[in-house]
Design a protein around this ligand. Sequence first.
Ligand SMILES: [Zn+2]
Length: 234
Amino acid sequence: MDQIQLLWAYQQADVEVSRMENSIKRSPNRQKLVKYRDYLVSQQNVMKRIEGEVSAMADRLEVLKDAVSMTEDQYRALKQKMENEPAENAETVQQYMNEAKRFLNNLTAYEQEIKRIRKDAADRERLQHDVKVRAAKAKAEFDKLKVAYDAEFKEKSVELEELKKKAAELAKPIEPAYMEKYENIKRHSFPPLAKLNNDQCTGCNMSLPSAVTRKIKAGEMIECETCGRLLIII
Ligand SMILES: [Zn+2]
């Protein structure tokens, strides 16, 4: 058997290896797993975002509670002052009233904001719960699928190893120059060898000059002018 024919036999095995690799990569179970994993990651991000928002709300509530108690103190102090130093003229009365009004307005604004934050926090708690339930369901599906996929992967990996071994055996008698050529063509065209049929490359269907056939028969390494595959006559 000449080198090109040895290479052809090796290519058959190499194609099998590549088929098995693709079958592992494109396994529907694997693709579903990737989808579930992406979904779980996205839900984790949603949870993190909500947690950040809830914690910011809690901080804001603390600030507001302090502001409320400070304003209440100020209001009480004002009342005390009004009792101790009753207003003696209209101007002072107006001053006391303005101050009291300002405190009350502030209190109202703080309380409205507190109410709003509490409602937002409750909404987020519900959302958190929903996200948790959905994520737990997806995780259960993921785990179930993972068991099936692992079994499938293990089985296919064994087959893949056997195919690789077979290809390695067939590669042994091939001279390095031929193998190098094969690997180089493989980078742009797979499979790298194509049969020449009636002066036509079966890799790309282009016609080649009939002199090519003679050269190949004489044992020359000839590549298709169009697709670059190494040509073989069988
Ligand atoms: Zn071609």
